[in-house]
Design a protein. Structure first.
Length: 126
Protein backbone atom coordinates (compact mmCIF):
# COMPACT_ATOMS: atom_id res chain seq x y z
CA UNK A 1 0.00 0.00 0.00
CA UNK A 2 1.17 3.49 -0.82
CA UNK A 3 -0.59 6.32 1.00
CA UNK A 4 -0.44 9.91 2.15
CA UNK A 5 -3.21 12.15 3.42
CA UNK A 6 -4.68 12.72 -0.05
CA UNK A 7 -3.62 9.87 -2.36
CA UNK A 8 -3.89 6.12 -1.80
CA UNK A 9 -3.00 3.06 -3.89
CA UNK A 10 -4.12 -0.23 -2.28
CA UNK A 11 -3.95 -3.88 -3.39
CA UNK A 12 -6.46 -6.38 -1.96
CA UNK A 13 -6.50 -10.18 -2.52
CA UNK A 14 -8.95 -13.11 -2.29
CA UNK A 15 -8.24 -16.79 -3.24
CA UNK A 16 -9.35 -18.31 -6.56
CA UNK A 17 -8.53 -21.76 -7.97
CA UNK A 18 -8.28 -22.32 -11.74
CA UNK A 19 -7.62 -25.98 -12.46
CA UNK A 20 -4.48 -27.03 -10.61
CA UNK A 21 -3.18 -23.49 -10.25
CA UNK A 22 -4.20 -21.20 -7.42
CA UNK A 23 -4.59 -17.53 -8.16
CA UNK A 24 -5.83 -14.74 -5.99
CA UNK A 25 -8.34 -12.21 -7.25
CA UNK A 26 -6.77 -8.87 -6.46
CA UNK A 27 -7.72 -5.29 -6.94
CA UNK A 28 -5.64 -2.14 -7.27
CA UNK A 29 -7.54 0.84 -5.87
CA UNK A 30 -6.56 4.46 -6.54
CA UNK A 31 -8.03 7.33 -4.52
CA UNK A 32 -7.24 11.03 -4.72
CA UNK A 33 -9.04 14.34 -4.89
CA UNK A 34 -8.62 14.18 -8.68
CA UNK A 35 -9.14 10.53 -9.64
CA UNK A 36 -10.72 7.43 -8.12
CA UNK A 37 -10.47 4.08 -9.82
CA UNK A 38 -9.99 0.37 -9.41
CA UNK A 39 -8.77 -2.41 -11.65
CA UNK A 40 -8.89 -6.15 -11.09
CA UNK A 41 -6.08 -8.63 -11.63
CA UNK A 42 -5.10 -12.21 -10.75
CA UNK A 43 -1.92 -12.85 -8.77
CA UNK A 44 -0.14 -16.12 -8.06
CA UNK A 45 2.14 -17.30 -5.27
CA UNK A 46 5.06 -16.49 -7.57
CA UNK A 47 3.72 -12.94 -7.94
CA UNK A 48 3.77 -12.56 -4.15
CA UNK A 49 7.40 -13.73 -4.08
CA UNK A 50 8.13 -11.26 -6.86
CA UNK A 51 6.60 -8.41 -4.80
CA UNK A 52 9.11 -9.22 -2.06
CA UNK A 53 11.93 -8.80 -4.60
CA UNK A 54 10.34 -5.52 -5.74
CA UNK A 55 10.39 -4.25 -2.16
CA UNK A 56 14.10 -5.13 -1.99
CA UNK A 57 14.67 -3.15 -5.21
CA UNK A 58 12.71 -0.18 -3.87
CA UNK A 59 14.74 -0.26 -0.66
CA UNK A 60 17.87 -0.09 -2.84
CA UNK A 61 16.28 2.98 -4.49
CA UNK A 62 15.68 1.17 -7.78
CA UNK A 63 12.32 1.19 -9.54
CA UNK A 64 10.01 -1.81 -9.64
CA UNK A 65 7.22 -3.18 -11.83
CA UNK A 66 4.73 -5.71 -10.52
CA UNK A 67 3.38 -8.18 -11.49
CA UNK A 68 5.41 -8.84 -14.61
CA UNK A 69 4.32 -10.89 -17.57
CA UNK A 70 1.80 -8.58 -19.22
CA UNK A 71 -1.18 -10.81 -18.40
CA UNK A 72 -3.01 -8.22 -16.29
CA UNK A 73 -2.94 -4.77 -14.77
CA UNK A 74 0.35 -3.83 -13.14
CA UNK A 75 2.15 -1.21 -11.04
CA UNK A 76 5.31 0.72 -11.80
CA UNK A 77 6.90 2.30 -8.72
CA UNK A 78 9.68 4.90 -8.75
CA UNK A 79 11.17 5.55 -5.28
CA UNK A 80 11.68 9.30 -5.62
CA UNK A 81 10.44 12.09 -3.37
CA UNK A 82 7.50 11.80 -3.65
CA UNK A 83 7.17 8.12 -4.56
CA UNK A 84 5.63 7.82 -8.02
CA UNK A 85 3.16 4.98 -8.60
CA UNK A 86 1.74 4.32 -12.06
CA UNK A 87 -1.12 1.85 -12.45
CA UNK A 88 -1.36 0.34 -15.94
CA UNK A 89 -4.58 -1.36 -17.03
CA UNK A 90 -3.12 -3.41 -19.81
CA UNK A 91 -3.76 -5.37 -21.85
CA UNK A 92 -7.41 -4.39 -21.21
CA UNK A 93 -8.08 -0.65 -21.66
CA UNK A 94 -4.48 0.56 -22.15
CA UNK A 95 -5.16 3.33 -19.59
CA UNK A 96 -2.41 4.31 -17.15
CA UNK A 97 -2.71 6.63 -14.15
CA UNK A 98 0.34 8.09 -12.40
CA UNK A 99 0.11 9.33 -8.81
CA UNK A 100 2.81 11.03 -6.74
CA UNK A 101 2.51 9.88 -3.12
CA UNK A 102 4.21 11.38 -0.07
CA UNK A 103 4.73 8.13 1.82
CA UNK A 104 5.56 7.78 5.51
CA UNK A 105 9.17 7.00 6.41
CA UNK A 106 8.22 3.40 7.30
CA UNK A 107 6.31 2.65 4.08
CA UNK A 108 8.65 -0.16 3.01
CA UNK A 109 8.42 -1.87 6.40
CA UNK A 110 4.63 -1.49 6.33
CA UNK A 111 4.54 -3.14 2.90
CA UNK A 112 6.76 -6.00 4.11
CA UNK A 113 4.41 -6.59 7.06
CA UNK A 114 1.38 -6.58 4.75
CA UNK A 115 3.10 -9.03 2.40
CA UNK A 116 3.95 -11.28 5.34
CA UNK A 117 0.30 -11.30 6.47
CA UNK A 118 -0.88 -12.12 2.93
CA UNK A 119 1.68 -14.93 2.56
CA UNK A 120 0.62 -16.42 5.93
CA UNK A 121 -3.07 -16.19 4.99
CA UNK A 122 -2.37 -17.84 1.63
CA UNK A 123 -0.41 -20.64 3.33
CA UNK A 124 -3.41 -21.51 5.53
CA UNK A 125 -5.73 -21.62 2.49
CA UNK A 126 -3.38 -23.66 0.24
Amino acid sequence: MFACQVEVVVLTCEPLTMGEERYYAAEIVLKSDFVNGRVGLQVSLEDLDEWERCLDALEAEAGAEWPTGGRSAWLAVVPEDPVEVTVHDSPSTQIAVRMPIDVASDWLEENRLRLDRVQKAVATVS
